[in-house]
Design a protein around this ligand. Structure first.
Ligand code: SAM
Length: 428
């Protein structure tokens, strides 16, 4: 015994089998009703019949009642298609982006149909990088609001599980490409089913989605090296990855393009990271990190709000550090500290103001107290020795400095010894 729901844009019908599935967290009868409501949502002419007639007097426990419901709905849709097909009105309805709430419904029904035994996803080795957990639709919506990806962006989810994050990006963002890579067998198997169910439902509603791939494999495999370098937005739910995997990821991140954004559930460098001579090989020297304010129900494993972190690759940070050192401007700027050390460099860390974004264009200051305004031609410029932008040669595992930078560093160290500040002001 089956129940068919015709597509509101004339694509293949959806078929449900009686008895309908009802289990913890999923009620197929409810899904059918919601799907009918969403199916009519783009057709204003159906809003009155939907309330007065189509959804009238339905007993979801009775096959006869549900069959009669689908019959009324299909008849209404067929009439609309007969009148509208080929008209401008019909074309206008086709291939639009799904609204946020419709996409939420589509991803939910995709998941319900594809992940037939969610318990299977919980079978992983405890305290290993394979620990499974899902990021919520709301958190990804929030991430999209923050990063606002454009049509030239390439999104990659490292360890994509069943792929719902990638599907949300494909349905909600204009990204050129959305890619997920997942190593574990069970989530990768479900990701295949998610892919086909998602495509089916998006077509059923006549909604647009971008190109996406859900790949089975280890994201550290050489075959996926270019996935890192092509990416402009990387998402990684690394909460349980552990230090070894996080370290390897940082090595890969050293190869990312300038401006690449990384959103993760555990930050890859401290929020208050400051460059100093002691941490020049740290990934924090080439990224700006901030916290995305936690939302409720961010993840599947806890109801508590969980923070996510946004990192933006910015190599000018390192260049500015060396520039400031070369010019000795760290002395003049941080004179009160110069007696002891001038090897810490900090841009306006607005963390003190409750805002965790670093502002590289703001005046340099130390411990929240600025002694002298910066000379814009020195502190904010990236030229070293008038030879154009300084280059940091960045290789996996190690941030190796260009020869000119090392020279600059050495000269600055010598200068520092020679030019001891007197009474808190540097000698000229
Ligand atoms: N990204 C999804 C989300 O946030 O909803 C799933 C996150 S889940 C916590 C992390 C996933 O990363 C697991 O499914 C695990 O198998 C996968 N993973 C861990 N190391 C991996 C690797 N080297 N290559 C591919 N996947 C990996």
């Amino acid at each position: 015994m089956e129940l068919r729901l015709n597509s509101p844009v004339g694509n293949l019908p959806a078929v449900y089998y009686w008895p309908l599935c009802k289990k913890k967290g999923y009620d197929e009868a409810k899904e059918i009703i919601e799907t009918i409501v969403w199916g009519c949502s783009d057709i204003p002419d159906l809003s009155v019949p939907l309330k007065k007639n189509i959804l009238h007097d339905v007993d979801v426990t009775s096959y006869e009642s549900m069959k009669a419901l689908t019959k009324r709905y299909n008849k209404a849709i067929n009439n609309v298609l007969l009148l509208e097909k080929g008209t401008q009105k019909f074309c206008d309805r086709l291939n639009r982006v799904a609204s946020k709430e419709l996409l939420r419904h589509i991803i939910q029904q995709t998941y319900s149909a594809a992940v037939t035994d969610a318990e299977e996803l919980n079978k992983y080795q405890a305290f290993s990088p394979d620990v499974y957990g899902e990021t919520s639709f709301d958190l990804i919506t929030q991430m999209l609001d923050v990063i606002k990806p454009g049509k030239d962006d390439v999104f990659v989810d490292l360890g994509s599980g069943v792929g719902q994050v990638v599907l949300q990006l494909a349905g909600a963002s204009p990204c050129k490409r959305c890619v997920g890579i997942e190593r574990a067998d069970v989530p990768a198997k479900y990701a295949k089913a998610m892919e086909s169910k998602f495509k089916f439902w998006m077509q059923w509603y006549g909604k647009r989605y971008g190109y996406f791939e859900l790949i089975k494999g280890d994201f550290f495999h050489d075959a996926f090296r270019d996935k890192f370098t092509e990416a402009t937005v990387i998402f990684v739910n690394n909460f349980a990855f552990g230090p070894a995997v996080d370290h390897k990821l940082k090595e890969r991140f050293a190869e990312l393009k300038q401006g690449t954004k990384i959103v993760s559930s555990k930050s890859f460098c401290p929020l208050n990271f400051r460059i100093s001579d002691r941490n020049l090989s740290d990934i924090g020297t080439i990224m700006i990190v901030s916290e995305i304010a936690p939302v409720k129900s961010s993840v599947s494993w806890t109801g508590k709000p969980v923070s996510y972190y946004l990192h933006v690759i910015d190599r000018t940070k390192l260049e500015k550090y060396f520039q400031a050192k070369k010019n000795g401007s760290l002395h003049s700027l941080f004179a009160e500290d110069a007696e002891t050390s001038c090897d810490s460099f900090e841009t306006d860390n607005s963390r003190e103001n409750g805002d965790k974004y670093l502002n590289l264009n703001a005046p340099l200051k130390k411990r929240g107290r600025m002694l002298k305004p910066p000379n814009s031609s020195t502190n904010n410029g990236v030229e070293i020795n008038g030879e154009g932008p300084a280059k940091s040669i960045i290789r996996p595992g190690k941030l190796v400095l260009a020869h000119s930078e090392l020279e600059t560093l050495e000269t600055t160290k010598k200068d520092k010894k020679r030019k001891r500040p007197v009474n808190g002001r540097p000698r000229n």
